[in-house]
Design a protein around this ligand. Structure first.
Ligand code: C2E
Ligand code: CA
Ligand code: CA
Length: 593
């Protein structure tokens, strides 16, 4: 054979790549695309134990295979990960022979070749075979290497780095060497692409790649995706730290770069995982370095973060919550709580906002912001919101029917609003629970709504046409957009608690709220002030013209029984003499009418 014989077989037993030499060995023009077992001799096909992932995950396997064309080969199988393909079996032919002459066509099926077909070797043939194996392995290394190279930078890719880590672990660990994986990325790389164009972005990646290849402690450099690089480094055996420190690596790499003749400053963030300290295999090294990189970004970028126990706890918590949330929603383990919203002019005119709560069996109460973001990432918002709406409708039915409660407000996920079936499902829930749409508000957050504006607008119009009140939530959180207000049939604007916080202390905050009041007047919308915690905030927001107030001053969100009790007590108080906002009786605040 002129070149190395090698074959790659996917986990379903199909040949995804075969060198010409391998195809020639099995007597085919092209072996790729065939099932591997079909190439075996009939007898072997029956006896052969297919390649098995678990079998090969930690070691290689050498087998003698007999093919249908009469060839026989000693093949070394190893399990590798190919980018975008998953587990793949790599077969390298270490030696080969023939147990009979090939037929004319080379394709004819053969009788069974039993195990003793390789002729007994003499010392000379063994020496010759060994040399041949060395040559083949070298050739094979270089052809297989191409699978591990990133074409843009010429560095290794993730599979290549992974392979190097495996071999470093095997060779370094017995010598007491410490290894660390650094995963680094360029801060705001998308902006460079956006402003200077993709070719400039590619050049920047090549420059950063070159800078990473510094001698010394760096064992291997790879581009592992987009603008993300991986570095395998050796640590000082005694101190377990990096010569010069982690930040030195960052400052060496992320220096200004000339892009199209302009000097552009770049910065980067990095996450570090140390073999033997927090990780014991390549998968853990990657996972922990990634988690540390996320943390570095969360802390404001431009820094290197080492994976530590705090991070380990946080990563574990997130993993567990990801795992458990779906089941918790399906089994109804999330429950609604209700926070009163009070009219500033009509005593006793009270509605509630429905908020979800999740008490996890291990972590206790999980903040909604945390599980809502997980639900959004896992595509669970649809079931979360609708499950919450169904439970709340059942629980609140009687309070709404007797008039103790005037309205109920649901938070809707803005991303779901682009799906018509979400809106239809909500309307069906209201219908089934016998709750009139004119007693229902939906709260939609403005900032996330914009990306799917047209679809969301359609859904909002459907809800509005059904008689539901549309509330724009969190107004003033930095994304306020006049277009949203003009284009959507908004009935109510909810001023965000961050604006309310200083309304009674700061002239500027008061002026901002006042400008929202004017805007609402022009649009014919009503106003809710949320996050009211003090009498002063209540007085000022009412004086400025807010129609409704909500906040801890009146009540924290409560379960149904708490709400029923609160309504009984509060109804009495509010329907009685309306007192000055400064007076509190039995800890109960009463609004000025
Ligand atoms: P949000 O819609 O702005 O809800 C108001 C948040 O402010 C609630 O936080 C509430 O407990 C809190 N809050 C109420 N009064 C005060 C106050 O006086 N001071 C302060 N500091 N905070 C106050 P919570 O319950 O933690 O919910 C956070 C966010 O999670 C909500 O913000 C909402 O966007 C989202 N959320 C909660 N439940 C659901 C749900 O079932 N579906 C959807 N789509 N989102 C939900
Ligand atoms: Ca809300
Ligand atoms: Ca809000």
């Amino acid at each position: 054979m002129r070149m190395s014989a090698a074959v790659l077989i996917d986990e379903y037993g199909v040949i995804v790549e075969a060198s010409d030499a391998f195809s020639e060995l099995v007597g085919l023009h092209r072996a790729t695309g065939r099932r591997y077992r079909d190439l075996l001799s009939e007898g072997m096909r029956r006896r052969w134990n297919p390649l098995c992932k678990d079998d090969l995950s930690r070691s290689e396997k050498i087998e003698e295979h007999f093919f249908f064309n009469g060839s026989t080969a000693m093949i070394r199988f190893t399990l590798i990960e190919l980018p975008g393909r998953g587990p793949t079996f790599q077969g390298i032919v270490l030696g080969f022979g023939r147990s009979e002459q090939r037929t004319e066509s080379g394709h004819s099926s053969r009788t069974d070749l039993s195990g003793d077909s390789l002729a007994p070797a003499t010392a000379a043939t063994i020496a010759c075979l060994n040399t041949r194996i060395d040559q083949l392995e070298q050739q094979l290394e270089s052809s297989i290497d191409e699978l591990y190279i990133d074409p843009l930078t010429g560095l290794k890719n993730k599979a290549g780095l992974n392979r190097r880590i495996q071999s470093e672990i095997l060779s370094s660990v017995p010598e007491g060497m410490r290894l660390a994986l650094v995963v680094a990325d360029i801060d705001n790389f998308k902006t460079v692409n956006h402003i200077h164009g993709y070719p400039a972005g590619d050049r920047l990646l090549r420059t950063v790649g070159r800078r990473l290849q510094a001698p010394g402690s760096v064992v291997c450099v790879a581009r592992i995706g987009g603008d993300k690089f991986g570095l395998l480094v050796r640590l000082d055996g005694a101190t377990g730290s990096l010569d010069g420190g982690w930040d030195k690596i960052l400052s060496r790499i992320f220096k200004p770069v000339t892009v199209r003749g302009v000097l552009v400053g770049i910065s980067g963030s990095a996450g570090v995982s140390v073999y033997g300290a927090d990780a014991y295999d390549a998968d853990d090294l990657f996972a922990n370095a990634d988690a540390a990189l996320l943390e570095a970004r969360r802390l404001g970028k431009r820094r290197a973060q080492i994976f530590d126990t705090k991070l380990a706890a946080r990563t574990r918590r997130r993993k567990v919550l990801f795992r458990d949330l779906k089941l918790a929603i399906a089994e109804g383990l999330l429950h609604p709580v209700y926070q009163p919203i009070l009219s500033t002019s009509r005593p006793g005119f009270v509605g509630v906002e429905v908020l979800s709560r999740w008490v996890h069996h291990e972590f206790g109460s999980v903040p909604p912001d945390e599980f809502i973001s997980i639900a959004a990432e896992c595509g669970l918002m649809y079931s979360l919101d609708l499950g919450m709406a169904a439970t709340a409708c059942a629980e609140l039915h009687d309070l709404l029917a007797t008039g103790a409660l005037k309205f109920v407000a649901f938070n809707l996920s803005p991303l779901q609003l682009s799906h018509q079936e979400y809106v239809d499902a909500l309307l069906s829930i209201l219908h089934a629970a016998d709750i009139a749409p004119d007693r229902v508000c939906v709260e939609v957050t403005e900032n996330e709504l914009i990306p799917n504006f047209e679809a969301a607008k359609q859904s909002i119009q459907t809800l509005k046409a059904a008689g539901i009140t549309i509330v724009l939530d969190d107004y003033g959180t930095g994304y306020s957009n006049l277009r949203t207000l003009l284009d959507l049939p908004i009935d109510v604007i909810k001023i965000d608690k961050s604006l309310i916080f200083n309304v009674a202390k700061e002239e500027r905050a008061m002026q901002v709220v006042l400008s929202v009041v004017h805007l609402a007047r022009v649009l014919g919308a009503q106003l809710v002030a949320e996050g009211i915690e003090s009498n002063a905030q209540a007085v000022v927001t009412k004086a400025l013209g807010c129609h409704y107030v909500q906040g801890f001053l009146f009540s924290k969100p409560m379960r149904l029984s708490g709400l029923e009790e609160w309504l009984r007590q509060n109804a009495k108080a509010v329907h009685g003499r309306i007192q000055s906002p400064d007076s509190r009786q039995n800890g109960q605040f009463k609004l000025v009418s």
